[in-house]
Design a protein around this ligand. Structure first.
Ligand SMILES: *[C@@H]1O[C@H](CO)[C@@H](O)[C@H](O)[C@H]1NC(C)=O
Ligand SMILES: *[C@@H]1O[C@H](CO)[C@@H](O)[C@H](O)[C@H]1NC(C)=O
Ligand SMILES: *[C@@H]1O[C@H](CO)[C@@H](O)[C@H](O)[C@H]1NC(C)=O
Ligand SMILES: *[C@@H]1O[C@H](CO)[C@@H](O)[C@H](O)[C@H]1NC(C)=O
Length: 845
């Protein structure tokens, strides 16, 4: 323990309950700055000598004042090499083996909370193979491990309990169930009394939970959000905090934040003992702000044992706001509200960068084997979509005396949780049916056959590059949003990069001109789009357009990395997309077929990109030419939307350009737009619906060689969808692997997108949401359907269904676009207007 010793200021133990909002936060004053544990036993079991681990001295086994009672004790050791890769490896080199019921006795100087930590690593010693050991560990009052067997024979296991010890001595007993028991190291260390309060808020039903002070707790997860792993020597209470990355379900909607200044601790909030500074000074933040992601929760998922109650402690510290009262968000545990519209400023007594924590209890009725923790944007009006989490502790609750933590040796039984009453009416029925269907399904393994065999192929659409953000000319391109025009290339540089605009390097052609593959001197691949010299567009408009384009940055948009306006050229330089167009992976090429999950992920990526175009800047940007040839795939098959340079900001219609403004591709064209020349984001939604069908059926959207009723995919697809037989026309390579409920939801989403009138169609955000759900349905396997996670989805679904359900009353007729047009050889690639179109200045929306 640290030598510097300040006065123990525990005396106050101010229990200021500043009950906040409906959910109630427990804020307690903690005046303790430094902490000197009254009891501190660190035992290196099985060893005749002590060892130092993380600056902490573990004493030799059997040293006074602790006593060991064991009928036959064996001090065992293994080689240092065998354990060297583990944290605290020195502790795992030795073990005490028990051949009969045995115990360690620790005198307790000060009653109250203690951490009891147990270290196990099964090695082979003489005739003892510790991995065969099966045993029970208990104290006088609490069963810690019951018939415990090491789940993973090759890795150490660490267990931490927090017990309120109300006796003068603690006896930890080991009882072999079939031969031997063992332990490598033990810690018994005092914990500040006020670390765990007596009360917390239950999430369902919302009510106060009291009685925590006598509860036995087992730490199952302790996580430092957005920050490094914290080892015992960096925490006054010698706790280990893991990084959260591996628990995040949707990393793309999160970002890490690190705060360089001092964290404040105030009475009524957390103390520096609640969690170390490094926990509060880093966080995972919703990468919301200006992108599509604003609509999403960030979610961490933890495997836990179902059937137990859990105490969940959120650690918060507003290290992101520039001013008070700007950060509002919601926190959820297992799909239930843990905090509504949490305002950290209010909780931390109007100081930024001040640590607080919130304790909630999830009852055993609601805990399934996957515990999900979410932070999502507040629904308060005007709240800027954001949210953070700095740290999280998940503690399994035993009960008071005689409590038991039965620890499943490996995968715990999934418990079917039943929801009744929360879901009402038709929607409820729908959901339950869905749940049942899911339960009855067997998980089918994903078709991964292509993952290793993907090959580069010739690109027949517009395309482009990896992340080349640096050129060989020493100029770092701005990838942020502040770069005004991106990088200005010299003409001769592009000439060289494209082998003097070599016709053999053309990877795409359109009315605007050609797209060339290019290689810069530093080997960065680029796609060079050279405006047709005959283009009507003036240079000024060209520059205006570049300015707009270079401000659009999104993971799912093909990035513009530069331009060239020398010699009246109008050239745009894009990132090169290794895997070409989505279309080329669906039909008409030798590319291996994509499986359903890959296709869904591509749709989701593209939907994200479009959603960003629609909502990411003050004025919506309408793509106007959404099609499978405009969705490109990078080397990792990440989908990015291309060609939004053609986009106009919407939704106003430029009256002077009516005749030429109709743009888009046959087969994808919004019939409403076609009829009324009315351009809205919903035109993109329509086209995206057609893309979804194309992805499902893997055929051209207009195929004049087919019988008349089949020519137009949108019409053909909707015909089957309306009959409820969409499966009849699914790409045969997929049909055996798509789960019916996934297909059903997909079909419904397509149908909504293809609604005749824009107002009836969902927003891109809704489409995105639905697609993620479709993916979940595909992923779900019968044993996890009862998970918290799927329950969240069900809750989500009901609101979603209500939302779109309202639209169903209006009859949907199929779009007449396409079939009435003169069929031509695969018209879907033909853009109806120039690329370098003039931007329409849209008024505020
Ligand atoms: C431990 O439990 C006793 C009651 O058995 C209670 O009075 C005491 O406050 C508890 N200590 C802590 C630190 O919760
Ligand atoms: C942990 O402590 C060590 C010194 O004991 C220090 O070098 C290291 O930076 C600390 N790590 C963190 C994450 O604070
Ligand atoms: C996001 O939008 C807000 C307000 O609309 C603006 O203040 C902020 O600068 C934007 N952030 C970025 C990274 O563009
Ligand atoms: C976040 O998750 C909660 C609980 O699962 C859900 O009710 C809520 O609708 C989600 N919010 C968003 C924006 O997805």
């Amino acid at each position: 323990m640290p030598g510097r010793r300040r006065k123990l200021q525990v005396a106050a133990l101010l229990l200021l309950f500043c009950v906040c909002s409906s959910a109630g936060i427990i804020c307690r004053a903690q005046l303790v700055d430094q902490f000197k544990p009254a009891d501190s036993y660190l035992v290196n079991c099985g060893s005749a000598k002590g060892t130092t681990v993380s600056e902490r001295n573990f004493a030799a086994d059997g040293a006074a004042p602790l006593t060991v009672s064991t009928p036959q004790e064996i001090l065992a050791g293994t080689s240092a090499n065998g354990v060297s890769s583990f944290d605290n490896s020195a502790l795992y080199q030795t073990a005490r083996i028990f051949t009969g019921p045995s115990s360690y006795t620790f005198p307790i100087n000060k009653q109250g909370r203690h951490f009891v930590r147990l270290y196990f690593f099964p090695f082979i010693y003489q005739s003892y193979d510790l991995s065969t050991a099966k045993f029970t560990v208990s104290t006088q009052d609490v069963l810690l491990l019951s018939d415990f067997q090491q789940p993973d024979k090759t890795a150490p296991l660490f267990k931490e309990y927090s017990l309120n010890i109300t006796r003068d001595q603690l006896i930890i007993s080991f009882k072999p169930s079939n031969g031997i028991a063992f332990v490598n190291a033990i810690e018994v260390v005092s914990v500040p009394d006020d670390l765990i309060a007596d009360v917390a808020q239950m999430v369902n039903p919302v009510q106060q939970y009291s009685g925590l002070s006598t509860q036995s707790l087992e730490t199952v997860y302790r996580v430092n959000m957005g920050g490094p792993k914290v080892t015992p020597n960096n925490d006054t209470l010698s706790r280990t905090w893991l990084n959260d990355q591996k628990f995040i379900m949707n990393p793309s909607v999160t970002k890490k934040v690190v705060y360089g200044k001092t964290i404040k601790y105030k009475n009524g909030g957390a103390s520096s003992l609640t969690a170390p500074d490094v926990v509060y000074s880093t966080a995972t933040e919703l990468a919301a702000s200006n992108t599509s992601n604003a609509l999403f929760n960030m979610t961490w998922q933890f495997d836990v044992d179902a059937g137990f109650s859990y105490l969940i402690r959120f650690h918060f510290c507003d290290i992101v706001s520039k001013a008070l009262n700007q950060l509002y968000f919601n926190a959820y545990v297992g799909g239930f509200f843990a905090q509504h519209d949490l305002d950290l400023s209010e909780q931390s007594m109007n100081q930024l960068a001040t640590a607080i924590y919130v304790d909630v209890v999830l009852s055993s009725n609601d805990a399934s084997s996957k515990l999900s923790i979410s932070i999502g944007p507040s629904t308060l009006n005007n709240a800027f979509p954001d949210g953070i989490l700095n740290g999280l502790e998940v503690m399994k609750m035993g009960s008071g005396s005689g409590s038991a933590f039965t620890v499943g040796s490996s995968g715990s039984k999934k418990i079917l949780a039943v929801i009744i009453g929360s879901v009402i009416g038709v929607i409820g029925l729908l959901v339950i049916v869905l749940l049942l269907v899911l339960l009855c399904r067997r998980k089918k393994t994903d078709d991964k056959q292509h993952s290793k065999t993907w090959m580069p192929f010739s690109i027949n659409g517009l395309t482009s590059l990896s992340t080349g953000s640096r050129t060989s000319y020493g100029t770092t391109l701005t990838s942020g949003l502040n770069g005004s025009l991106g990088y200005r290339f010299a003409f001769n540089v592009l000439q060289e990069a494209t082998n003097n605009f070599d016709e053999n390097w053309v990877i795409g052609v359109g009315g605007f001109g050609k797209v060339y593959k290019g290689v810069l001197r530093d080997d960065t691949k680029v796609a060079v789009k050279r405006g047709n010299p005959k283009s009507q567009q003036g240079l000024n408009e060209f520059r205006t357009e570049i300015e707009l384009l270079s401000r659009l940055r999104h993971r799912h948009l093909v990035s513009l990395i530069g331009y060239c306006d020398e010699r009246n050229e109008m050239i745009l330089v894009y990132e090169y997309m290794e895997n070409g167009t989505v279309k080329s992976h669906l039909y008409g090429s030798d590319n291996p077929s994509l499986n359903w999950k890959q296709r869904l992920e591509i749709c989701i990526g593209a939907a994200r990109g479009l959603h960003y175009l629609h909502t990411g800047s003050a004025k919506a940007i309408i793509h106007r030419d959404v099609k499978s040839a405009n969705i490109l795939l990078d080397e990792n098959f990440l989908a990015k939307v291309a060609d939004f340079g053609l986009s106009k900001t919407g939704p106003e219609l430029d009256q002077t350009h009516v005749s030429t403004a109709v743009k888009g591709s046959f087969g994808y064209l919004d019939p409403e737009y076609f009829r009324r020349q009315q351009l809205t984001e919903k035109s993109d939604v329509y086209s995206f619906g057609v893309v979804m069908l194309e992805v499902l059926c893997a055929r051209p959207v207009i195929d004049p060689t087919l019988p008349r009723e089949m020519v137009n995919l949108a019409e053909w697809g909707m015909k089957w969808q309306k009959r409820g037989e969409l499966h009849q026309i699914v790409d045969q390579r997929l049909s055996s692997t798509i789960r019916p409920d996934s297909l059903r939801k997909f079909g419904e989403t397509v149908e909504k997108c293809l609604a005749d009138y824009g107002v009836e169609r969902p927003s891109m955000g809704d489409v995105l949401w639905n697609l993620e759900y479709v993916l979940q349905l595909q992923d779900a396997d019968s044993s996890t359907v009862s998970d918290v996670n799927s329950m969240n989805r069900i809750v989500d679904l009901s609101s979603q269904v209500q939302h779109v359900g309202a639209l169903e009353s209006i009859s949907m007729t199929m779009a007449e676009a396409g079939a009435s047009h003169e069929p031509d050889h695969d018209l879907s690639d033909v853009s109806m207007s120039r690329v370098f179109s003039q931007l329409i200045k849209a008024e505020g929306r």
